[in-house]
Write a protein that binds this ligand. Structure first.
Ligand SMILES: [Zn+2]
Ligand SMILES: [Zn+2]
Length: 308
């Protein structure tokens, strides 16, 4: 049983969703983090003990997201951009995460969860939903939105985008007919292969798959003035492409981490939009199998670990 220090709480984990980022940590693809580390940054749990000045009470249900802590005083933190704080620490990467029975968290960075969601279905909201939501904001006003890679984040964000009146175009790996069918069942207007052309010019596109070769394809699919957002923390190298793909005031940008404000805004929206969260539940003891399912793209929705 860990001992909570100032502002900290100990949570008993009820569920922890698996993210593509967990694989990047396992594969050593991020230039940060400590070893050994307990993975998992989409943790739903209940407070079992609270340290001095904790913002939470024993018994409360909260979520622990990727952003574990920030310095609170640098230029970025002062400007409301704590997602870019150079001293930020991340759950399941710099501090132990939720592939566990108990987790220690800074109460000031825990997020309140909409009550309509059970523990398992709330877990994927904490990264797939939340980072997807930040990416959706960065995409700007888009009535035709492309999503590249249709996994945990995309199945949630398709519903949020539709709730806002946008049409979603889902691009999957060539030959992934099951993935395309899944995208249509989640509300996508159109689903097809990422290597083929878009059926009509898109206003914006979000790339969830960690594949750099999708960047020129997405740029080619958006209209002049459109935005392409790279939503993953890691991506393979982007191949060289002609300037004409960027010309016409197209924008290419990344999305990094989250702010607590994003968290509060997204949880409010999730409460209102009542997102249908598809999960594949595995016992904590099968965490390695869950990671392999995510690696091979064999999960419909989000893999979620539950302590035995
Ligand atoms: Zn800071
Ligand atoms: Zn994540």
């Amino acid at each position: 049983m860990p001992e909570p220090l100032e502002y900290q709480v100990v949570l008993r984990v009820a569920a922890c969703a698996v993210c593509r980022t967990d694989l990047h940590v396992v594969d050593g693809e991020l230039d940060r983090g400590v070893l050994p580390i307990v993975l998992g940054h989409q943790v739903v749990g209940r407070v079992v003990s609270a340290g001095p000045d904790s913002a939470l009470q024993v018994g409360e249900r909260v979520g622990v997201p990727w952003l574990a802590s920030t310095c609170g005083s640098c230029e970025m933190c002062a400007a409301g951009r704590e997602n870019l704080c150079p001293s930020a620490r991340f759950t399941g990467c710099d501090v132990d995460g939720g592939f566990a029975e108990l987790v220690l968290a800074d109460s000031r960075f825990c997020l309140r969860l909409p009550g309509a969601y059970g523990d398992v279905e709330a877990a994927p909201l904490l990264c797939g939903g939340l980072i997807g939501f930040r990416a959706l904001r960065m995409a700007g006003e888009a009535s035709r939105l492309g999503l590249y890679g249709f996994g945990s984040a995309a199945h949630l964000i398709t519903q949020v985008a539709r709730h806002r009146g946008a049409a979603v175009y889902a691009f999957t790996r060539a030959g992934d007919l099951a993935g395309q069918e899944f995208a249509r069942s989640m509300g996508a207007t159109w689903a097809g292969e990422s290597t083929g052309p878009a059926p009509e010019p898109l206003d914006a596109a979000i790339i969830f798959a960690p594949a750099g070769e999708l960047v020129p394809l997405a740029l080619a699919a958006v209209r002049p003035g459109g935005t392409v957002v790279c939503a993953g923390i890691h991506m393979s190298d982007i191949p060289r492409f002609p300037y004409s793909l960027l010309w016409g005031e197209r924008s290419l940008r990344s999305v990094a981490n989250l702010t607590r404000e994003d968290g509060a805004d997204f949880m409010a929206l999730a409460g209102e939009a009542r997102i249908d969260v598809l999960t594949e539940v595995l016992p904590l003891a099968q965490a390695d199998r869950a990671l392999e399912l995510v690696r091979t793209g064999r999960v419909r929705g989000t893999a979620v670990l539950v302590p035995d």
